[in-house]
Structure formats: C-alpha cells, structure tokens
Design a protein. Structure first.
Length: 305
C-alpha cells in the first residue's frame, strides 16, 4: 500500500509540473519573462508554504548542516537547472532540449547504484529505456535538425543538476525533513538566488498585470505546494530511479493542456510517445512492488510528510 501511495504521489507531482506551460504562457503575455516568472513562482511558493506550515503548527527548524545542504540543492538542483535549460532553448528547439534534459532518470539510476547501493531489476531498466524513447516521440520528434553543441551541453547539464537534487533529497541529510518544510526552504533559497541572477542578467522588469501575478501565484500553489511536496513525499517511499521514471508523465499533462486549452494539433508521434510513457509507468509500478529490498524511508507518516 505504501509503495502504491508513493507511486500516486509522484504521478500527482509530475501532473502538477506539467501545468507549468499553461501558467507560463499566461504570465509571459502579461509582463513576465522566463526569469521573473521563475523568481515570482519561488517567492509566492515560499509565502504560501510558510502560511500552510504556520497554520498546521509544523516545526520548520532545521540543523545547520541541513540548511547548507538545502542551499546547495536550491542553487544547483533548481536554480542552475532552470537557468541552463532556459538558455538551451536559445540554441535549439525546446522539444529536443527538453528531451535531452530528461536524461536525469539515467543519471539518478547510475548515481543510486554506484553511490547508494540501490537495487534495480530488468523491468525498471526496460521501463527507463521505454520512457526515454517515449519522451523523444512526445517532445523531440522532428527536431533533430536544430542540433547545437552548446544547446546539447546546456540541456545535459540541466538534467545532471536536477539529478543531483533528486539524489540529495532521496539519500542526503535532508531526506527525513518534513516535505512541506523542505519545499519551503528550497523555494525560499531559490527566491534569493534567482533574484540575484535576474538582477545580474538585467532581466528584472516590473510591467506585470493582475492576470500575470495571479498566474504566478497559481503556479506556485500547484507546482510548488502540491507538486514539489508530493514529489518529495513520494521519494520517501519509492526509489529515486522509480520516481524519476514516473516523472516522465509530466509532458503528457502538458500535451493534454495544449490540445484542450490552446487547441494544439495532436499528431501520431504524440500518441506513440504518450503510449510508451504510460506503458513504462505501468511497468515501473509493477517492478517497484517486486523489489525485495525496501528503502530506509519506506513508510510515510503524518510527521514526516
């Protein structure tokens, strides 16, 4: 039951993150750019999560070493990840860059096996390969002509940076921190880091409309308060490799939103890619339950959620 809950939490997180393009398009049309959108998303999220923590009387104190790790994962795992991925879009198609970015499940699997002795099986490896192929069909198909060495390196690094975040959250000294508290500190540190980056790159603008601000507040609520917390809670139950494979469900949500809201055309390779990812999710869910060894944090309690 716990593993099923972890799988569902991770899929919920992926579905939440898949809504980012919807909120981003609204924000960009109302005075925001990619830098300020990400900055205000983190700012609103830190406020929203802090309010939730105070209302529910959750202890948000952390140790000094944990605070240092939280800053590192915020800087490397989120801020640098978002920056390198955003810049890579200037050198190649967003579809291909996103596909390369999703190398992070492979990096997480290798890191888990080499550094943390995580066990895996053939089904999980098969599901990983299937999900990567599905990702290519879903967002990268037909974009090979826009290949750029700089773009490839930037999107690769973005995937490696995010893998660092996942591994630290799953196995580092912050793994037992309450998921809401963890999301709060990551969002808070991201606000500071992204503010400094935005100022340095001269991307700070103040021509925001009410609709743009509302969009960033909603993306903070959906993607940080719900998405980030759900992902971190899922990591307490299932393996890091399984969680990242399930994260490939994210672009399917983006595709559905694009078709329903923005009237984008659904093509045959979208269906093939989505089908492969869905099958990989089913395979990895089955494989996760078959694993004999159980991670240390295999249970999820009200206190640790």
């Amino acid at each position: 039951m716990n593993r099923t809950k972890g799988i569902l939490l991770t899929i919920l997180a992926a579905s939440s993150f898949g809504l980012i393009p919807l909120f981003a398009k609204i924000a960009y049309a109302n005075g925001f750019n990619p830098y300020t959108f990400t900055l205000f998303r983190s700012l609103f999220a830190s406020v929203e999560i802090f309010i939730y923590i105070k209302i529910n009387n959750i202890d948000y104190r952390v140790e000094k070493e944990q605070c240092i790790t939280l800053f590192k994962v915020s800087l490397i795992g989120y801020s640098l990840m978002m920056l390198t991925l955003s810049i890579s879009y200037n050198y190649m198609s967003t579809g291909l860059a996103t596909t390369i970015h999703f190398i992070y499940p492979v990096v997480v699997m290798l890191g888990s096996i080499v550094f943390y002795n995580e066990k895996t099986n053939k089904q999980i490896i098969f599901a990983l390969i299937m999900s990567l192929v599905g990702m290519y069909f879903l967002v990268g198909f037909g974009s090979m002509k826009s290949i750029s060495i700089i773009g490839i390196l930037l999107s690769l690094f973005s995937g490696i940076f995010y893998a660092y975040y996942v591994l630290k959250v799953a196995y580092g000294n912050i793994k037992d921190i309450n998921s809401f508290v963890l999301a709060f500190y990551v969002s808070l540190f991201n606000t500071y880091i992204l503010f400094m980056m935005t100022i340095f790159m001269r991307k700070l603008s103040m021509n925001y409309t009410y609709k743009g601000l509302l969009s960033t507040a909603l993306v903070a609520l959906v993607c940080n308060l719900i998405g980030m917390v759900s992902f971190q809670a899922g990591l307490k139950i299932i393996s890091a490799t399984t969680a990242t494979i399930l994260s490939t469900f994210e672009p399917i949500t983006s595709l559905i939103v694009g078709v329903l809201v923005f009237r984008e055309v659904l093509l045959w390779y979208h269906i093939v890619g989505s089908s492969l990812i869905i099958v990989s999710v089913i395979v990895v869910a089955y494989a996760e339950k078959k694993l004999k060894s159980t991670p240390e944090n295999n249970t999820i309690s009200k206190q640790n959620f």
